[in-house]
Write a protein that binds this ligand. Structure first.
Ligand code: SAH
Length: 282
């Protein structure tokens, strides 16, 4: 195995059978599955996936690792390797010549932790602009601290803007803890496996752009009451009254509202929401 690692690519090779088993089980693999893997590295996870599914397309940025992967797995006919940066790569265009790998509907990956946020955004989109074709299921090994924020419940320590943004787009579940020693070289942080199932939350935001802004401003200053964080866009007495109508304590903080409550609040703001950009008078 090639153990040389490049720090800038967040390379830590998973070497725990137990962790691999948990990831694979969480993916609920079926023979008809088309999988997308981000950062296959030495191919340890890829090898577990290949015999179970129809196809695996993997995107790896590191040329040397790609050369190795081609040597090892190049002849496996349900494996396709794309060399490039997952964040900028246009998957659909790259797959036009490979029908068997098109439209992967599950993602299974031990991702580079330094780009977790951008990867999540590419896989899910944003509140204002969800991806047009959502994945059915996404299983990721991520930094424990990020994992905790993804599946956090309202009013818990880890619940923040990221929790609302991601949970608006997907149901998030904790699967398993993975200690730092499960990797070589061990990262400085512990990890966890999470499973995301993209879905349309109910109720839906009527104006997703507004919800995006509301969440951003609402979480602006930690420990402040929501109504203080939002005072530039909603007058405090107006918001107090609306929160009371919605049976929410007017002294609530951003981290106490569930995703459904954020949406309901956004959908019922009506005229009390003062737009940030006043309409052009011309
Ligand atoms: N899946 C492997 C490796 C995980 S380390 C394992 O479990 O052992 C993260 C991997 O992502 C590395 O192989 C790294 O080269 C790759 N990587 C880092 N940035 C990337 C990017 N922007 N696009 C695609 N792959 C990337």
């Amino acid at each position: 195995m090639n153990l040389k690692t490049r720090k800038q690519f967040g390379q830590h090779w998973l070497r725990s059978e137990k962790a691999l088993e948990r990831i694979v089980a969480a993916a609920e693999l079926q023979k008809c599955d088309r999988i997308l893997e981000i950062g296959p590295g030495t191919g340890i996870l890829t090898r577990c996936l290949l015999p179970e599914v129809e196809s695996v397309v993997a995107v790896e940025i590191d040329r040397d690792l790609c050369t190795n992967l081609v040597k090892k797995l190049g002849k496996v006919d349900n494996f396709l390797l794309l060399q490039g940066d997952f964040l900028t790569l246009d998957l659909e265009t790259n797959l036009t010549a490979f029908p068997k790998f098109q439209n992967p509907h599950k993602v299974v990956a031990n991702i580079p932790y330094n780009i977790t946020g951008p990867i999540l955004e590419k896989l899910l989109g944003t509140i204002a602009q969800p991806v047009s074709k959502a994945f059915e299921l996404i299983v990721l090994l991520v930094q424990k601290e990020v994992a905790e924020r993804l599946y956090a419940k309202p009013a818990s320590r880890a619940f923040g803007a990221l929790s609302v943004r991601v949970q608006y787009l997907a149901e998030c579940e904790f699967i398993a803890d993975v200690p730092a020693k499960a990797f070589y070289p061990p990262p400085k942080v512990d990890s966890a496996v999470v499973r995301l199932r993209p879905r349309q939350v109910q109720p839906e935001a009527i104006e997703p752009n507004k919800l995006d802004t509301l969440v951003k401003l609402g979480f602006g200053s930690k420990r402040k009451m929501l109504r203080n964080n939002l005072k530039s866009v909603i007058d405090i007495p107006d918001l107090t009254q609306l929160l009371e109508q919605l049976n929410i304590n007017p002294q609530v903080r951003a981290e106490d509202l569930s995703v459904e409550q954020w949406v309901t609040l956004c959908n019922t703001l009506g005229m009390i929401w003062k737009p940030l950009d006043p309409p052009d008078p011309t």
